[in-house]
Design a protein around this ligand. Structure first.
Ligand SMILES: Cc1cn([C@H]2C[C@H](O)[C@@H](COP(=O)(O)OP(=O)(O)OP(=O)(O)O)O2)c(=O)[nH]c1=O
Length: 198
């Protein structure tokens, strides 16, 4: 069904992340932002895929109360040697994360969940990212840009860390925060119109 105007929200976004809002805007999906605060502690022995899927679904479910709009939640984690790297606590934590990622390949997992007329639909996308060797003074200079602070793994591929990335296999948009190909498929299955505007 065509929607009424180009800026009326098509979905609710259970996220405080400006990247996720911008990525959805880039594919013509205006959102109503309704972030939720959930406990992001991994369960003992929880596999990384199960962890990001659970968080994406919990965010979507918690945010969906009181709206008829389909509601999208998402979570991104960097996985290195089976350890889940979230957002750095401080400068030393960020430096330790970047040293552990230096000169090797890691995985970025992003899960998306959309709850709507078709129920809860979710998907987890895994992307391989190779970083070149990073020098300690480079890591220090990178922290000073302010970019690492609110990013899983302590880097932003859409920012200055792009110069560290020697190879990527998977979904670039998923590393930034939302896999757009898979997200569009979930939205279509929830009857969210992506093309018709007036
Ligand atoms: C690896 C990487 C992560 N990130 C971001 C994506 C996510 O916003 C963030 C991971 O944190 P998340 O906990 O997934 O998301 P968030 O706290 O920003 O937002 P919300 O929980 O409200 O949805 O790291 C980048 O922007 N660039 C990158 O290259």
């Amino acid at each position: 069904m065509p929607h009424e105007s180009s800026d009326a929200p098509l979905i609710r976004l259970a996220s405080a992340s400006p990247r996720r809002r911008e990525l959805l805007a880039s594919i013509g999906v205006p959102v109503e932002v309704h972030p939720v605060d959930i406990d992001e502690t991994p369960r003992p022995g929880e596999a990384p895929e199960a962890y990001v899927l659970r968080l994406a679904e919990e965010k979507a479910q918690a945010s969906a109360a009181g709206t008829r709009l389909p509601t999208l939640g998402s979570d991104t984690a960097v996985v290195c040697d089976d350890a889940i790297l979230g957002k750095p606590r401080d400068r030393d934590h960020a430096a330790a994360m970047l040293r552990s990622l230096s000169g090797r390949t890691h995985r970025v997992l992003t899960a998306v969940a959309v709850v709507g007329p078709a129920g809860m639909l979710s998907v987890c996308v895994s992307t391989e990212v190779a970083l070149r060797e990073l020098e300690d003074d480079e890591i220090a200079a990178y922290w000073a840009t302010g970019e690492p602070a609110d990013k899983a793994g302590g880097y932003a591929i859409q920012g200055r860390a792009a110069i560290f990335v020697s190879r990527l296999e998977g979904s670039h948009s998923a590393v930034v925060g939302l896999p757009l190909f898979e997200t569009a498929e979930l939205l279509a299955r929830q009857d969210v119109p992506l093309w018709f505007e007036n």
